[in-house]
Design a protein. Structure first.
Length: 157
């Protein structure tokens, strides 16, 4: 008979309490005991590792342990997506917040700074680190890149 542990997507729906608050509470407790960011943490009975993923974003090096292989496989997939979202914020929104830029982002009235990348998604842009095809600064195109392919045929004999 199948159990909820074989269906991690549903596990997170059934047990979907506030993991941010839970991870923060664990981090506070660890700091009280002198265990700060950068420390290694073992998350036992991790399930889909929702708390561990959040602790990793706080700087802890987390190892998730669970008896359910489907749960750990799902946790790996979720961690990868979460890491990408975290990385995207780290190179876009977070610096804008730190610099207190109020006209940042894709919205009416914001500066028109934009890069056009030859990839199907922002995840691929982060993974591949491709150069932009076109770059706009303050609404004006300032750069354009292209890749030229030239086919060289072998001379007939």
């Amino acid at each position: 008979m199948a159990t909820v542990y074989e269906f991690p997507e549903y596990y997170d729906i059934l047990f979907g309490w506030d993991r941010d608050e839970e991870a923060a509470a664990y981090a506070d407790a660890m700091r009280e005991w002198g265990v700060g960011g950068g420390a290694e943490v073992l998350e036992v009975a991790a399930g889909t590792a929702q708390v561990g993923i959040r602790l990793a974003h706080l700087g802890y090096r987390v190892t998730a342990l669970d008896v359910s292989a489907p749960m750990l496989e799902y946790a790996t997939e979720v961690a990868s997506r979460s890491d990408l979202a975290f990385a995207l914020d780290a190179v876009t929104e977070a610096p804008a917040r730190a610099a207190r830029l109020t006209d940042y982002g894709l919205k009416a009235g914001a500066r028109a700074d934009l890069q056009l990348l030859p990839v199907p998604s922002w995840e691929e842009a982060l993974r591949l680190q491709v150069p932009p095809e076109k770059v706009w600064f303050a609404g004006r195109m300032v750069a354009e890149n292209s890749v030229v392919s030239k086919l060289h045929r072998r001379a007939s004999r």
